[in-house]
Design a protein around this ligand. Structure first.
Ligand code: SAM
Length: 242
């Protein structure tokens, strides 16, 4: 998979070369290009923003600079990319989106700053490539870089050969529509708190059942709306009894 990120703060994307993502690059599972949007400015101040039409506070990112930058970054490879525009006004990003994007060959992230990017950049790009405006949550960040990193990490860990143990992704929260329950490791007793008996029993079926129950209880308490999205077939009799 090829991932490109356009930003006015390329250093913000440094973590993309660290840890699991860095290893994915080393192993050739992904290649990443981080581009400074200001490279496509033509004035001495390298300005990327202007005041908003219609008035109001803040500045808006200029379409001419973004347009050139996107044309040039899209042409880096032949395959048409999916353009991702992080914005608090976007559709919520979730694990299903991450799974869908993990099937793509190319993703381009356009990181906004200030009051965001002139809407015509998105409308124009949509004439040539699939475009998604997505939010990582109901809060407002100062820029799209952290949102892009969040989404890149969620997608890349799903690519084959990236996680040491692929079963981890299969058992994570949201894989079966539920939150994952609590996890424990050594020592068996710590500060007077013991690891639940069943996890030490060696009874794999009982462990599976216990984990499912814990996931259901946690989901019920913290994210009840997730349970409503499950189809009747996704819940068995035991689940209903919990
Ligand atoms: N005026 C915009 C609004 O109210 O919808 C907020 C702009 S925000 C200050 C600047 C940039 O941060 C956005 O263009 C976007 O790239 C990023 N951003 C902020 N919050 C975000 C969120 N929850 N999800 C994704 N991107 C976000």
């Amino acid at each position: 998979m090829r991932i490109d990120v356009l930003t006015i703060f390329p250093d913000y994307l440094a973590p993309v070369r660290e840890a699991l993502l860095g290893k994915a690059i080393e192993r050739g599972r992904i290649s990443v290009g981080v581009h400074d949007l200001r490279d496509w400015t033509h004035d001495v101040h390298r300005s990327v923003d202007a005041s908003p039409y219609g008035g109001g506070p803040g500045m808006v990112m200029r379409p001419d600079v973004w347009g050139e930058a996107l044309d040039s970054v899209s042409a880096v490879e032949a395959a048409t990319p999916r353009l991702v525009v992080p914005t608090p006004a976007g559709v919520p990003f979730d694990q299903r989106t991450a799974r869908r994007w993990a099937e793509e060959t190319r993703l381009v992230f356009a990181c906004g700053r200030y009051e965001g990017i002139d809407q015509r950049v998105i409308d124009d790009a949509a004439r040539r490539m699939p475009v998604e405006e997505v939010s990582i949550g109901d809060y407002v960040l100062v820029g799209g870089e952290v949102a892009a990193l969040t989404m890149i990490e969620a997608v890349v860990r799903l690519l084959p050969g990236v996680l040491g143990n692929p079963a981890s992704a299969e058992q994570d929260s949201f894989s079966d529509g539920l939150l994952e329950g609590p996890s424990y490791t050594r020592p068996e007793t710590w500060r007077g708190l013991s690891v639940p008996e069943v996890l030490r029993s060696g009874d794999h079926a009982a462990v599976r059942r216990w984990r499912r129950e814990q996931g259901l209880r946690r989901t019920w308490r913290r994210r009840p709306e997730l349970l409503e999205r499950l189809s009747p077939e996704e819940l068995d009799e035991h689940d209903r009894a919990v």
